[in-house]
Design a protein around this ligand. Structure first.
Ligand code: UDP
Length: 329
């Protein structure tokens, strides 16, 4: 199989590219490198540098490469930034995917695995969250992804493009080899920031709010390892290739950890004190997000292997220790 991975130089995309290559697939990575890194792309993948919104570039990519299916990660993903700059998010995440779908339709590529998010749910009705629970995003990032899911539904009906939308909970960790991992600029995610404090690159971590309705007042999230997520993408593609209908799946471990609990586990894993300070809430953060991923386990045959927060943080710590300056090292 020859798979086009949009956003394949990014954090999650680069791990999925490795998993695809390890499974024997041919991979074409499409990336504009706004947030991606050339060094994150596996040497066996073909790299096409450009943007989904560039019509001529996209025609060339589809003309020159045989593409059997698409996995789409190309998106901005910062909740706080999306609240301040919603149009940036709708343009890149919604319009960018619209452009991709237009070319898929023209070139008769009819399978896509789409990178969606738990942010589509907003403040959840029930915990753990099921795929058919209410979706009411509390930030433009989640809304842009939910809008794409809706567009995909209509593209399936009209053009027969089959999709699997994977709603990720909080992705963390790094490849067990320590060769690829998380490197954002600026870094805004909890676990890498905590590890930067452990490395001495930052003085402290700000805990965004301790007045949420949770047991210790800090936000609760469900953390999933990037390699388990990568496995799920390969299984999702396999499921579409077997002729199954379009569907939406949650991907999380079904266990919630508060910000303070994450910090405590990171202190144990790293052996560092990791200074923290309570600061004000961050816009758009729901109090508690925990997945029910039973349908992924049953329908995708997904078996998460790194299903403890210790293991997740250990692999991230390995990456950060070996690459304290990310891909600049
Ligand atoms: N968080 C925090 N301090 C930080 C970064 C994140 O307290 O410097 C909190 C954030 O409010 C959220 C959780 O950690 O409750 C996870 O945030 P992250 O940005 O990693 O992922 P998100 O939940 O936004 O996808």
């Amino acid at each position: 199989m020859s798979i086009l991975v949009c956003g394949g130089a990014g954090y999650i995309g680069s791990h999925v590219v490795r998993a695809l290559i390890d499974a024997g697939d041919d991979v074409v990575v499409l990336d504009n490198l706004i947030t991606g890194h050339v060094d994150a792309v596996h040497e066996k993948a073909k790299l096409e540098l450009g943007d989904l919104k560039d019509d001529e570039f996209m025609k060339r990519v589809f003309n020159e490469n045989k593409i059997d299916g698409v996995i789409d990660f190309a998106a901005f993903s910062l909740v706080g930034e999306s609240v301040k700059e919603p149009l940036k998010y709708f343009e890149n995440n919604f319009y960018g995917t619209l452009c991709l779908l237009k070319h898929m339709k023209s070139y008769k590529v009819n399978k896509i695995v789409f990178s969606s998010t738990a942010a589509t749910y907003g403040e959840p009705e029930n915990i753990p969250i099921l795929e058919n629970d209410r979706t009411f995003p509390t930030n433009p990032y989640g809304e842009s992804k939910l809008s794409v899911e809706k567009m995909l539904k209509w593209c399936d009906k009209a053009y027969g493009i089959k999709y699997t939308a994977l709603r990720y909970f909080n992705v963390a960790g790094a490849h067990p080899s320590g060769e690829i991992g998380e490197d954002h600029d600026p870094e805004t995610h909890l676990i890498p920031i905590i590890l930067e404090v452990a490395l001495g690159k930052r003085e402290k971590i700000n805990i965004y709010g301790d007045d949420y309705p949770t047991m210790d007042g800090t936000c609760i999230r469900d953390y999933i390892h990037v390699m388990d997520l990568a496995d799920a993408h390969i299984l999702a593609l396999k499921r579409l290739n077997a002729g199954n209908p379009s569907d939406i799946f949650n991907l999380g471990n079904g266990e919630g950890f508060s910000v303070k609990e994450v910090l405590d586990i990171a202190r144990n894993v790293t052996g560092h004190a990791i200074l923290s300070e309570i600061s004000s809430r961050r816009d758009g953060d729901p109090a508690k997000l925990i997945a029910n991923s039973n349908r992924s386990i049953k329908e995708l045959n997904w078996i998460p292997k790194y299903n403890s927060l210790e293991k997740i943080i250990e692999t991230a710590w390995n990456w950060h220790q070996n690459h304290p300056h990310g891909y600049q090292d």
